[in-house]
Design a protein around this ligand. Structure first.
Ligand code: NAG
Ligand code: NAG
Ligand code: NAG
Ligand code: NAG
Length: 296
């Protein structure tokens, strides 16, 4: 039985231990080489990326499994100031929250990450450019649907900004700039069939009484809802100036309610409304006809 014994003074690594391990365990030669290089150099992280969900931006990256897990140091640079600042130091996890450092959603940011093991460090690995307005994702809003006096009331709560388990506000005009203003599209089905076009709710408060928004929610009221019917509602945010800003919005799940079987009186009232509408339409039509006859 032979044991190789080599000492490398400069590096406080014990290659000798490795050589003996290799000898006894008969580790594959390539694995052995890999282990040696791993001990001499620190590989750089890969796939450095900045992502944002509900206005919570994070830098993330990949790293191969090492016998000694490294620490990571993350730096961030924005277009305006143009210099790197350290945002996470000596962390062991493979992500870094940068919520406190991203002050504007339409400013360009870059991140770079290096791995360190003791005094040794890898080169930096760079992310591509990130603009929260363009690459950020916004999760689905929360819905509540109820029926009240022939009205279907749909409450749409803005998604929350959650950073490291703490609530920081709502995803609604948070940065008070153009790109954080958006609207909702509301889709609904009655008895399983889709209503022709989705309703749009402007996030900006309007005088229009049946759609309004404040800093916690938007409310859409659908007049003349039918009794004894199933209403299924879903909602999705969208940017009006989506040519420039394109947050990616996630649609909410469909929420269904069954409206109560209405009282006779209520139904009559509803039918009366419909008849009135038809009379109005016939009136308009007769008006047009008369106008045409006069013109001839
Ligand atoms: C990681 O950082 C911690 C805290 O600074 C330190 O105690 C530890 O030795 C570091 N680990 C490596 C592999 O450098
Ligand atoms: C990071 O960890 C290394 C290795 O443990 C240590 O030498 C260095 O001082 C640490 N840096 C900070 C800022 O904690
Ligand atoms: C927002 O509007 C809803 C009704 O649409 C209301 O119940 C709620 O209290 C309002 N919240 C604030 C903070 O004004
Ligand atoms: C939905 O279906 C129920 C019967 O299943 C019916 O009474 C009701 O009128 C329907 N609603 C609409 C709006 O068609």
């Amino acid at each position: 039985m032979r044991i190789y014994f080599i000492q490398v003074k400069a590096q406080n690594i014990k290659i000798s231990v490795f050589l003996s391990t290799v000898y006894f365990a008969k580790i594959h030669f390539l694995t052995f080489l890999f282990k040696i290089t791993e001990f001499l150099t620190v590989p750089a992280p890969t796939n450095v990326e900045i992502k944002s969900y509900n206005l919570n931006p994070q830098v993330s990256w990949n790293y191969p499994v090492m016998s000694q897990p490294p620490n990571f140091t993350v730096e961030l640079k924005n277009y305006e100031e143009g210099k790197w600042i350290e945002v996470c130091t000596n962390i062991s996890q493979k992500f870094c929250t940068i919520f406190d450092h991203v002050k504007s959603p339409d400013l360009s940011y870059w991140a770079r990450v290096k791995a360190t093991i003791g005094q040794k460090e890898s080169p930096f690995a760079d992310s591509s450019v990130f603009k929260m307005c363009k690459q950020g994702k916004i999760g689905p809003p929360k819905l509540k649907v109820q029926m009240k006096d022939h009205q279907l009331i749909i409450d749409i709560s803005h998604p929350l900004i959650i950073v490291e388990g703490k609530e920081k506000g709502v995803v609604y005009d948070y940065y008070e700039d153009e790109c954080s203003v958006f609207s909702y599209k509301v889709y609904w089905k009655i008895n399983g069939s889709m209503e022709a076009s989705p309703e749009y709710i402007q996030i900006i408060e309007e005088e229009n009484d049946h759609r309004s928004c404040n800093e916690t929610q938007c409310q859409l009221i659908i007049q003349g809802a039918s009794f004894n019917s199933e209403y299924c509602v879903s909602a999705e945010g969208f940017s009006q100036n989506s040519a420039i800003w394109s947050f990616k919005f996630e649609k909410s799940e469909e929420l269904c309610i069954k409206t109560p079987s209405g009282k006779e009186k209520a139904n009559k009232q509803f039918h009366f409304d419909l008849i009135l509408k038809h009379i109005q339409r016939i009136g308009e039509w007769l008006n047009k006809l008369w106008y045409l006859m006069v013109m001839e």
